[in-house]
Design a protein around this ligand. Structure first.
Ligand code: SF4
Length: 391
């Protein structure tokens, strides 16, 4: 049974629209956590929620891994994790760390020697579950190496790799089982006087992941890394991650996030950024307000293409303000007034440009009311406003 575990509260009666587009301060009450330092990126405490991703390349193919890392960083990744399944991957870490623009985290299962090699290579954090790397002596060796290098460890518990005795104890990999596993590893670390820890408890079921993190957050003060694991292809992953991660962030739980998507990790990063921006947890990012379009708009203007061309152009030029692109005069005037810059279509072959609520230009005729022309006009206005803001 998948969804035995979550009570979705009685739904509340809703009110009308909020007039506030970006309620930045409303998620103010973040749960207090200790802070760790991942190669200069702080996680927990009062640090902003950070964005992580993981490469899909063979780690020992250093050039390919770095190319992907750089694309992810350009999209907004602050920390990049790489898999270390083989000795040649462990050996590649030194060069990766040296050439990467952001802190590298090594993801290691079972092999304590790779963990020691990763610490030696200068990684910023090791994701490893101490209970899975063998004898007490090996655990002590890895923890003392991490302590000497002053790097944290992430205990990463996944529903898919729960210990056998917990699967015997619980009827299914429940939220409680995930938390029990995490606490087992936490206790091992604490027994070795190692507290430079972040924890994740991930499930492919966002409702279970929410419950597990709520339970864990009530037990520990270590920073939590949030993620819905094995979330699937983009459409499903977006929804599952928004529900799982978004719900917890709304409750003030979570210090760093990784959105898991089958596909290009750049998409993970862009989705994570959009989620943080939507929750008011990230500033200075582009927002494009556009409508679904309907029979009221000028069908020949190519509205969908106008939005697509404009969005791509604004992103390419680093626009970081709210921009509206609207399909007609029903909601267009209001949305373009509320955004920093906006264009709305009017009657046939007519469009209006507004900057900070003021109408500054009217476009007429198909030579002006077309995707490329309107997108360029929008970009020019957006860059001007952005330039004024940056002063
Ligand atoms: Fe339709 Fe106009 Fe609303 Fe867009 S803004 S969905 S075109 S009514």
């Amino acid at each position: 049974m998948r969804n035995e575990h979550l009570q979705i509260n009685t739904r509340k009666p809703t009110t009308g629209n909020s007039e506030i587009r970006n309620p930045k301060s409303e998620i103010g009450n973040r749960k207090p956590t200790t802070q760790i330092n991942v190669g200069g990126v702080r996680i927990g405490g009062n640090a902003p929620v950070s964005i992580q991703t993981m490469t899909t390349t063979l780690t020992h193919d250093v050039d390919a891994t770095l190319r992907q890392t750089e694309r992810c960083v350009e999209a907004g990744a602050q920390i990049v994790r790489v898999a270390v399944p083989e000795e040649r991957d462990a050996k590649a870490l030194k060069e990766l760390v040296r050439r990467s623009p952001v802190p590298i985290v090594s993801d290691i299962h079972f092999n304590y020697q790779y963990a020691l090699a990763a610490v030696d290579a200068g990684v910023a954090k090791v994701r490893i579950n101490p209970g899975n790397i063998g004898s007490e002596k090996r655990i002590a060796q890895v923890l003392s190496a991490a302590k000497a290098a002053n790097i944290p460890i992430r205990i990463g518990v996944n529903e898919g790799s729960l210990e056998k005795d917990l699967l015997d104890k619980y009827p299914s990999p429940t939220a409680e089982a995930l938390v029990e596993s995490a606490m087992r590893h936490v206790n091992i670390c604490e027994d070795h006087d190692f507290t430079d820890i972040a924890i994740s408890v991930k499930s492919s079921d966002p409702l279970r992941m929410i419950k597990a993190n709520r339970l864990l957050s009530a037990k520990v003060r270590y920073p939590l890394h949030l993620g819905v694991t094995e979330a699937g292809t983009p459409r499903r992953a977006h929804v599952k991650s928004t529900v799982g991660i978004g719900t917890l962030l709304m409750e003030g739980i979570g210090d760093t996030i990784r959105i898991s998507i089958t596909g290009d990790p750049v998409e993970e990063v862009l989705t994570a950024k959009e989620l943080l921006r939507t929750l008011g947890l990230a500033d200075n990012l582009l927002d494009v307000i556009s409508c679904p379009f309907c029979g009221r708009g000028d069908a020949e203007a190519g509205y969908e293409e106008i939005v697509a061309v404009a969005e791509a152009l604004l992103e390419k030029h680093g626009v970081r303000i709210p921009v509206a692109v609207m399909g007609c005069e029903v909601n267009g005037p209001g949305e373009t007034r509320n955004a920093e810059v906006g264009i709305h279509l009017g009657g046939k072959e007519l469009a209006v440009l507004k900057v900070r609520g003021e109408k500054v230009r009217t476009f007429r005729g198909r030579e002006e009311v077309n995707p490329q022309f309107l997108a360029n006009a929008l970009l020019e206005a957006a860059l001007q406003v952005q330039g004024m803001e940056r002063g």
